[in-house]
Design a protein around this ligand. Sequence first.
Ligand code: HEM
Length: 447
Amino acid sequence: MFSHKSMATTPYIAAMIKAIPEIPHNSIFGHLKAYVQDPLAFLQKQQKIHGDIFSFRVARRRLIFINHPDSIRRVLQENHRNYKKSEAYRKLALLLGDGLFTSDGSYWLSQRRTIQPAFHRNQIMSYAETMNDFALKMVADWQDRKSICLTEEMTRVTLRIISKSILNIELDSKMNAVQQHLPFALRFMINRITSPLATPLWIPTRDNIKFKRSLKTLDSLIHSIIQHKKQNLGIDLLSQLITLRDEKTGEAMSDLQLRDELMTLFLAGHETTAMGITWVLNHILRNEPLKTALIREIRDIKHPWEATGNYFIQNVISEALRLYAPVWILSREAIDHDLLGEYRIAPGDRIIFSPYMVHRHAGFWADPLVFDPARFDSAPAHKFAYFPFGGGPRVCIGEHFALMEMTILLTTILKHYPYMALQSLEPVAYDYSITLRPDRDIVVSLT
Ligand code: HEM
C-alpha cells in the first residue's frame, strides 16, 4: 500500500480516492437512538443500503463502519501502527486500568511479550486438567437439579477455571463478591461507552456511587490476592508476573500494574468464553440432528481434551463462533492519514467493525445464515472473513485457552447430560455488552 501523501500527489490515483458516504440524519443526536437500541440491527440495515463502508453520527461522534475483510486486514494487521485502541477502550480502562486489553504502544508491547508465553499453545495443555476438574465438578453439582440457567452456570465455571489456571486460587469464598460486582461494573462501563450522554463519574448519582463501591470491592479483592501470592509464590502466571524483572530497568511490576493485568485476565478470560459456550449450546439444543451427531462423536472420547483433535467437534465450535461471535464489535482510532481501499481515512477518525457481521457476509460465505460445520473443512475464503479472536499483533492472547476450554466444557456437558433440552424454544434476542449476551435466562432441563 502507498501512503496517503504519496497517493494524493499522483493525479491519476488521487482521482480514485473517494470520501466515505455519510448516512444522512435529521436529529441533533444523529442516529443515537437506533444505534443504542439495537446496534447490529442498525448496522445490518445500513449495510444493505450503503455497502461495506459508511459513516454515521451518534450525537457528536462520527463513526466509520467498515465491513470488508481487506479493510479490516489493513487496520488490524498491515497498517496496525496507524490505529490505536479507541475512546471506547479508554473508557474501559476505568475498570481494567492499563492492562493488555486497553493499553497501547511500547508499554502494551512489553507487557504482551511478558505475558504471551503463559498462553502459548503448548502451555495450554497444562491447564486442561483444571478445566476438566471444574467441568466435572459442575456436572456433579447438577445431579440434584432438574434445570439450570445456562449463562449463569457457564459464567461461574469459566470464572473458576480462569482463577485457578492463571492465579492458582479457588474463588469459592470470594465468588459471591465477584459475581455480584463484576457484571454490574461491566454493564455500567458499557452504558458509558454506548451513551455519549452518560453522567460524569464525579456526580454522585446512584449508579456512579454503586460503580465506585463495586470497583473498590474488586480492587481490594485483587490486591489481597497479590499480597497473598507475594508470600506464597508458585508456578502460576501471577507468580511469574511478580518475579519478572524488566530487561532494561531491572524493575519489578508495581502492584498497580499487577492489578491491571489481573483484572484484565479475570474479565477477558471468562466472560467471552462463557458467552461462547452458551451460544454453542443454545444452538445445539435447537438442532436435534446436530446434537445426535455430536453425542455420537463424544461417546468414544475418553478424556475431554482429546476432543481438541476431533474435526467435527472443532468445526461445530468454529461455526458457532462464526454465527455468534462473542466479541461482536471492535474499534480503533486512526493516528495518521490512510486509505482503506479507495476511501480516505483522516487522523482521529473512529472506525468500528464487527466480526458478527463479516462472519455473515454473503460475499465471503455461502448460505451465511445456515449452521454448517462442514464449511470449516477448508479455510475461509479470506483470512479476515473469520476473526472471532481479532487479528494482527493484538489478536486475542487467550485464543487457544478458550478453544480448549470450550471443547472440554461442551464434551463434558453433553456426555453427562445427553438428554438436556431447552425449556423454551422461543428465539433469544441479544443484549449488547462488551460481549454478545442473551437478553434473557436460557433455562435448560437436565433430564
Ligand atoms: C471465546 C472466547 C474469546 C473470544 C471470542 C475473544 C475475543 C477477543 C478479541 C476479538 C480480542 C481482540 C480485541 C481487539 O483487537 O480490540 C481479544 C483480545 C484479548 N483477549 Fe480474548 N477472547 C476470548 C477468550 C479469551 C481468554 C480465555 C483470555 C484470557 C485467558 C482472553 C484475553 C484477551 C486479552 C488479554 C486480549 C487483549 C490482547 C492484546 O491486545 O494484546 N481472551 N479477545
